[in-house]
Design a protein around this ligand. Structure first.
Ligand code: PLP
Length: 396
């Protein structure tokens, strides 16, 4: 038995997405740039997939650039905005302290090139306020990049309001919508978005494929140079089968979005209620303004890694934070950003649900986490000190 509760890391592909891919791995294998009929069959499919994906986020087909995933889309968005800013003598970028590393590491690189970076505080509830963006924008600001929903604690940001402020102040606005796409509504026009990143494997599509949406008229920089694919904005023969899988997965996710979110939210709240019963435990991120499938807790006096391994023994796939930080001893930058102390941040557990999870699985998981936390505390010297009053509890 496996209970998969790591859907923020990646998701299981939908059968419809797999079915949509197969013909393009088998019979329709032409290169869309070829002029013969085999190539043109592929080009026709590509065109239709582009239209469908654009339609799902309120964009035009020419505004869609296919990338190798969310990381590449984030890199390209930031690098492009920096180039545009540089030409205008604007070298200030605003983002938040708890972005994905695809954004934060690109910003670090830009900082080395002389850009000044302001990272907005995300408060204890994990939500940035539009006013903070308004206050931080300067004459020389070329970009504001704020994620739609956080990948570790699931909190949803007021991107529409931030986008409106950026429009008014004539500053480019990018949002990393990788965790939101397929789970929350997206309309790039209504939400005042200039650039948006999404990735198929976070909504039951294939890995290694994503989209950078770029509003018409923004001169985007290619980060992969070569052929003229994607209107010269991203070279390389298109990953047609993955693109077809992504289009099918996004169609299905958007068609059933409200229904799925409603069901998953019930499971999420049941899980949160169950884990809240554990003493000296705290939910990370706002309880209401969070992704339908996200649960993230800190438990005092334990190590998240040990918790993960023992849950894995019981058939539960969980995470201690983002997949990229697991395996390193650094605590999650997201938990530090919401003000958790290092020791507390080390005892974190992220459980991310999908509509395939059941009530029984949630009940089993609550019981398993309770038992494993109790066991780990029973062998923890830190816990002994807390119980003996030699140290103060940080989580009440
Ligand atoms: C997964 C993720 C990414 C990276 O997407 P890939 O397609 O895996 O490169 C970027 N941002 C967020 C918020 C993510 O959750």
């Amino acid at each position: 038995m496996t209970i998969y509760l790591d859907n923020a890391a990646t998701t299981k592909m939908r059968k419809t997405a797999i079915a949509a891919m197969l013909p393009y791995l088998d019979t329709i294998y032409g290169n869309p740039s070829s002029l013969h009929s085999a190539g043109q069959d592929a080009a026709e499919a590509l065109l239709q997939a582009r239209q469908r994906i654009a339609g799902r986020i309120g964009a035009s087909p020419e505004e869609i650039i296919f990338t190798s995933g969310g990381s590449e889309a984030d890199n390209q968005a930031l690098i492009s905005a920096a180039r545009i800013g540089h030409k205008q003598g604007k070298r200030h970028i605003i983002s938040t302290a708890f972005e994905h590393h695809a954004v934060l590491h690109t910003l670090e690189k830009l900082a080395k090139e002389g850009f000044e970076i302001t990272l907005l505080d995300v408060h204890e509830n994990g939500i940035v306020l539009p006013q903070q963006a308004a206050d931080a924008i300067r004459e020389d600001t070329c970009l504001v990049s704020v994620m739609y929903a956080n990948n570790e604690i699931g909190t949803i940001q007021p991107i529409e309001e931030i986008g409106a402020i950026c429009r008014e102040r004539k500053v480019l606005f990018h949002t990393d919508a990788v965790q939101a796409a397929g789970h929350l509504p997206i309309d790039v026009k209504e939400q005042n978005i200039d650039m948006l990143s999404l990735s198929a494997h976070k909504f039951h599509g294939p890995k290694g494929i994503g989209v950078l949406y770029v509003k018409k008229g923004i001169p985007i920089t290619a980060v992969i140079e070569g052929g003229a694919q994607e209107r010269g904005r991203r070279a390389g023969t298109e990953n047609i089968s993955a693109i077809m899988g992504m289009a099918a997965a996004l169609d299905e996710a958007c068609t059933h979005m409200d229904d799925c979110a409603g069901r998953v939210r019930i499971l999420r709240d049941k899980l949160i209620a169950g884990l809240t019963q554990i003493p000296h435990a705290i939910l990370n991120g706002d309880a209401g303004r969070r992704l339908p499938g996200n649960v993230n807790f800190c438990f005092e006096g334990i190590e998240g890694e040990s918790l993960l391994l023992l849950l894995d023994d019981r058939g539960i796939c969980a995470s201690s934070g983002s997949a990229c930080t697991s395996g390193s001893l650094e605590p999650s930058h997201v938990l530090l950003a919401i003000g958790r102390a290092h020791d507390i941040a080390h005892g974190s557990l992220r459980l991310t649900l999908s509509e395939e999870n059941t009530e029984e699985e949630i009940g089993y998981t609550i019981q398993a986490v309770k038992e494993v936390v109790a066991y780990l505390r029973s062998i923890s010297p830190i816990w002994r000190d807390l119980v003996d009053g030699k140290k103060d509890f940080m989580i009440k």
